[in-house]
Design a protein around this ligand. Structure first.
Ligand code: NAG
Ligand code: NAG
Ligand code: NAG
Length: 502
């Protein structure tokens, strides 16, 4: 028998894909909602219960199909909810009804995060110690200082006790050996590739279309080092609200360290007071594991153990907050949820901001892939420093470096015992979902997924590989935030943050 005519074969295929997809989309394992306990030693035991995964393990091809179908569903959902508004408007800026302008800005930021590499910076800076990347210090939460503690203990053992003449101090420049006394993980800075993301030479002929293909193409596209004075100037009196889980709290912690301010809250559950960031700008952090909008909590959930004592949902999307804080920095994702829930909740939250607070700027950062840092910790990455040959000065310990390329995704494990963890493909798929929704709602998506996929190192360890030590890789967010705000035009004044009534 000859094969079916082409169109009907295609229909059958689409139908089958649709069925498979719906199965996957709605029949994810349900599991207890849990979250990080605020006691770091409990992180791992809590987390193992909350990660869950499709009940049908997929191979790489299956994952690709799932990506494609998800992209279609998201596009329809984004269009249905936000129309095309976000493509021409960036909320909280003067970019309104300007599709080309909005795209250029988003492309520029996207380029900085996609095209670049982690570059080791160990030289003593000419301009004095404080301008060097390696010299930065953490002033924040002490729990993120455990790597530094291990580092100093390791250095004491390797170089002799501090009573010797050769005293060594954390974060100082060692003149004799020409190196910064910091962990290796602290020395790497994210440097975008200027040949791709930087200015393009103007084309002399005025008649040709000189529109750059990637980003702005002028001097604004040069990625700049974080500068406190300029950062404060760019904030222009706006206040910053950071909301999310404990990994998001690390951003708050890092931004405060970048301006040299000491956070007074101690842990992420007590940061909801306004903290001074600059003379005229404040910052605050709300721990909300699902970035949920207050009155949406019960409507969405279909099992009764939510909110449980383990997931924390401090209010942040209130009128009072959103009329004060003109810039919100969000992330939703490390607390794993199946795709359908993730999407429903994200759309709900973004719609709330988009509809009622259209002058609030939304910066949403990608979820970093989960990395298992156990082996790196067993090789005691924190306790040593590289010698002239680039290897550890302590025999037996291993120097870790950022990866040069992002890890490959793997097929889903067929071992049900491993289904509680989201795979790289899961994190990637949900980040793509978030990007489409956030941009449609007039926000900016900071696509830092690949950058952090290249950083298995520098993590807290001791059962928690999702958090980074400070100082550490997370500090690049201060750079990225600075550059992002720098190119977003027309800061909205606090008086313009009024709620739009229905
Ligand atoms: C948006 O801009 C187009 C032309 O660029 C104009 O025709 C349209 O009326 C504008 N829409 C609004 C809502 O301002
Ligand atoms: C900013 O924070 C300081 C305390 O750090 C507080 O006194 C001040 O009222 C805050 N400003 C605003 C506008 O919230
Ligand atoms: C991490 O890796 C270690 C060593 O390879 C392994 O024993 C451990 O089970 C892994 N942890 C997770 C959560 O996969």
């Amino acid at each position: 028998m000859s094969s079916l005519p082409e169109p009907s074969a295609r229909h059958v295929l689409i139908f089958l894909f649709g069925i498979i997809f719906l199965q996957l989309f709605f029949r994810f394992h349900e599991s207890k909602q849990t979250a990080f306990n605020h006691n770091p030693t409990d992180f791992n035991s809590q987390r193992t219960r909350l990660h869950h995964h499709p009940s049908v393990p997929l191979n790489l091809h299956g994952l690709d199909i799932l990506d494609e179908l998800t992209a279609h569903i998201i596009a329809v959902e984004a269009h249905r909810t936000f129309a095309e508004s976000g493509l021409s408007d960036i909320h909280g800026t003067s970019i309104k009804n300007d599709t080309v302008g909005a795209k250029r800005i988003r492309d520029q930021i996207h380029c900085w995060t996609q095209h670049g590499s982690w570059v080791r910076q160990d030289e003593k800076s000419d301009k004095g110690a404080l301008t060097s990347w390696s010299a930065r210090k953490s002033h924040g939460d002490r729990r993120f200082g455990v790597c530094d503690t291990r580092f100093m203990e390791g250095l004491d053992r390797a170089l002799g006790s501090p009573s010797n003449n050769d005293r060594h101090f954390l974060g100082e420049y060692d003149q004799k050996n020409g190196r910064w006394l910091v962990r290796e993980a602290v020395k790497y800075r994210w440097v975008p590739d200027e040949s791709i993301c930087g200015p393009v030479a103007p084309i002399p002929n005025e008649n040709t279309d000189t529109t750059p293909t990637t980003g702005l193409g002028d001097e604004r596209s040069i990625y700049q080092l974080f500068d406190k004075e300029m950062f404060c100037e760019i904030l222009a009196g706006r206040h910053l609200l950071v909301a999310g889980d404990t990994t998001q709290y690390q951003l708050y912690d890092s931004i405060l360290s970048a301006v040299g301010s000491v956070s007074s809250c101690g842990d992420e559950l007590n940061c909801r007071q306004s903290h001074q960031l600059c003379a005229t700008s404040n910052v605050t952090f709300a721990r909300n594991d699902f970035i949920s909008v207050p009155w949406a909590l019960d409507a969405i959930d279909d099992n009764n153990d939510y909110p449980s004592g383990l997931s924390i949902e401090q209010p942040w999307a209130t009128t009072e907050m959103l009329q004060t804080y003109g810039i919100v920095l969000l992330n939703k994702g490390l607390i794993w949820k199946p795709d359908d829930k993730f999407l429903t909740e994200l759309v709900f939250t973004m719609k709330h901001l988009w509809k009622f607070y259209p002058n609030v700027m939304i910066l949403y950062r990608a979820t970093p892939p989960v990395s298992n840092c156990t082996v790196l910790k067993e090789q005691r990455e924190d306790e040593t420093i590289a010698g002239d040959d680039g290897e550890s000065i302590v025999p037996g310990l291993k120097i870790q470096r950022p990866l040069a390329t992002t890890p490959e995704r793997t097929r889903d494990s067929i071992d049900p015992a491993r289904w509680f963890r989201p795979t790289l493909a899961d994190v990637q798929r949900q980040n793509r979902m978030a990007k489409a929704i956030v941009e449609s709602a007039g926000g900016i998506f900071l696509d830092t997924e690949n950058m952090f996929a290249m950083r298995p190192d520098g993590r807290v360890g001791d059962g928690d590989c999702s958090l980074f030590c400070a100082p550490g890789p997370v500090d690049i967010y201060a750079d990225l935030l600075f550059n992002t705000l720098r190119i977003l035009p027309g800061p909205v004044q606090i008086t313009e943050l009024t709620k739009v009534e229905e």
